[in-house]
Design a protein around this ligand. Structure first.
Ligand code: FAD
Ligand code: NAD
Length: 470
């Protein structure tokens, strides 16, 4: 039986960073991946395919140019599902190639098969060709991720009633689509398909969506979606979903309303992929959503030599945070502890338009009783916004009145997921409103919105200070 310092189960963002980190520290590492190719959900069914689909849809529809040329402007008429998938496959191949090369040059061993525990140090791997073998690890990292939640009462058929894995393989772009669940996945796909002129209806059982995002940003976002005719139904549970004789999907809501569409995307959460691991053999157990409890600083589970990182440990379930969790877990596992990560990380929602946020929302600041001031800039106030023909886009910053420090940055609009990093740096370096007022920003850029929002807040905060000093 082969032995390794660290065995990593899963080759998604958490697994891959962990494996390379341990290898860089001179440890022997094995990655076990049940998929045919490495990369995990992130590369094959989640982050990268959905973001590539988004980029393709925006390019082929000419979405970004419509501010100038009107809503009927198209780069390509009749965009097909094949058009959308072509670019995705090329991107995925490239991602896998980069990853394989990383593993090879860092001497990380790979095994393709499904891992199950025999005991806390021993794993049985059923390889994809049927062969079964055992391996031993001093430490084991569970980076098995999640899969779509598929409740029994939804009649998934892989064709018209689908989950977020299956949406990547559709044969035609639907004329109408109902998206059940206004979480990040649901909202990203709903808005992407809306750019393709699909009539989209979003059904969400809660009264609002994206509750962790600053309310003013969600309001602006919601207005934009409604303005382009997307139907948003909040506070409505689903009675049943079916297909009629003509193949159309019928969604009956608890209040009796019926929504009829060509396709239904069920995107109401995900569950940890822990059911095939035989966790009990290692002395571990998962919660009712398949997730594993860990120490938030070391990612060590209740069993000393077993660690878990990435989506399988729950919030925030991002590729970005999973990578960092994997790296930290690997360092602890091989006895080279890492520093704690900075307090604030960015969250990017690749809807159309993008949303990105870092730090405290205005609602959180109020809840904590912190005296504060906000600064706001509209992208249409920036020269870059004019050049790009932007009609929308909003950047908001929240500052402490007492310390003048930036507490949170919230953006909706073009480039939000890139722009947020300026705010993130100031936030984690404990910068104040003066940073934005005193520094010069490239012109014309969207980043100038920081200057405008900073001045907006400072004008009010400055007056307050003078009064206090007097
Ligand atoms: C549609 C969608 C869009 C997303 N968009 C973004 C985004 O824009 N930005 C962002 O930061 N995050 C995004 N995410 C989230 C991101 O994909 C996840 O946070 C990330 O993939 C989690 O990484 P992970 O390492 O935990 O595991 P995963 O990427 O889930 O990979 C786990 C791997 O483990 C393997 N595995 C499972 N069980 C076993 C076993 N028993 N034996 C062997 N192998 C096993 C699986 O085959 C899989 O390859 C998105 C997710 C989805 C679904
Ligand atoms: N851009 C990104 O970073 C990105 C993109 C996609 C996914 N993700 C990650 O993937 C994870 C999973 O995303 P998700 O959107 O599937 O899950 P989620 O749990 O975040 O959202 C599910 C939504 O569906 C609603 N819902 C649940 N049951 C329902 C029902 N029966 N009818 C109507 N609505 C219902 C919930 O109230 C919730 O709003 C997220 O935690 C997220 O971090 C990140």
């Amino acid at each position: 039986m082969n032995s390794y310092d660290l065995i990593v189960i899963g080759s998604g963002p958490a697994g891959r960073r962990a494996a390379v980190q341990a290898a860089k520290l001179g440890k022997s590492v094995l990655v076990i991946e049940k998929g045919r190719r490495v990369g995990g959900v992130s590369v094959h069914t989640g982050t990268i395919p959905s973001k590539t689909l988004r980029e393709t849809a925006l390019n082929l529809t000419g979405w970004r140019e419509r501010g100038f040329y009107g809503r009927s402007y198209r780069v390509k008429q009749n965009i097909s599902a094949a058009d959308l998938q072509r670019r995705m496959l090329i991107t995925l191949d490239h991602e896998v190639d980069v990853l394989e090369h990383q593993f090879a040059r860092n001497r990380v061993s790979e095994m393709h098969g499904t891992a199950t525990f025999i005991d806390a140090n021993t794993l049985e791997v059923t390889r994809n060709d049927g062969e079964v073998l055992r391996v031993r690890g001093t430490s084991v990292l569970l980076a098995v991720g999640t899969r779509p939640y598929r409740p029994a009462h939804i009649p998934f058929d892989g064709e018209a009633i689908i989950d977020s894995d299956e949406i990547l393989e559709i044969k035609e772009v639907p004329r109408s689509l109902a998206v059940i669940g206004a979480g990040v996945i649901g909202i990203e796909y709903a808005t992407i398909f809306s750019t393709l002129d699909t009539q989209v209806t979003v059904i969400e059982s809660r009264e609002t969506m994206l509750e962790f995002i600053d309310k003013e940003i969600v309001e602006d976002f919601t207005y934009q979606l409604r303005d382009r005719n997307m139907k948003l139904i909040f506070g409505q549970a689903i009675e049943n979903v079916s297909r009629d004789e003509s193949g159309k999907c019928r969604i009956v809501l608890k209040n009796g309303r019926i929504v009829v569409t060509e396709m239904v995307l069920f995107a109401a959460g995900r569950v940890g992929a822990t059911d095939t691991l035989s966790l009990s053999a290692a002395g571990l157990e998962a919660d009712n959503r398949g997730r594993i409890k860990v120490d938030p600083e070391t990612f060590q589970s209740d069993v000393a030599n077993i660690y878990a990182a990435g989506d399988v440990v729950g919030f925030p379930s991002l590729a970005s945070t999973s990578m960092e969790q994997g790296r930290i877990a690997a360092r602890h596992a091989v006895g080279a502890p890492a520093n704690e990560p900075p307090q604030y990380f960015p969250y990017g929602i690749y809807a159309v338009p993008e949303i990105s946020t870092c730090g405290l929302t205005e609602e959180e600041v109020i809840q904590r009783g912190i005296p504060y001031e906000c600064g706001v800039a509209h992208f249409r106030e920036t020269s870059r916004g004019h050049i790009m023909g932007l009609e929308s886009g909003l950047l908001k910053m929240v500052f402490s009145l007492k310390t003048r420090r930036l507490l949170g940055v919230h953006i909706v609009g073009e480039g939000a997921t890139e722009l947020v990093h300026i705010g993130q740096a100031v936030l984690n370096l404990k910068g104040t409103v003066e940073y934005f007022v005193e520094n010069t920003f490239n012109y014309p850029t969207l980043a100038e919105a920081y200057k405008i929002a900073g001045l907006d807040a400072w004008n009010r905060m400055g007056e307050l200070q003078k009064v206090q000093k007097a």
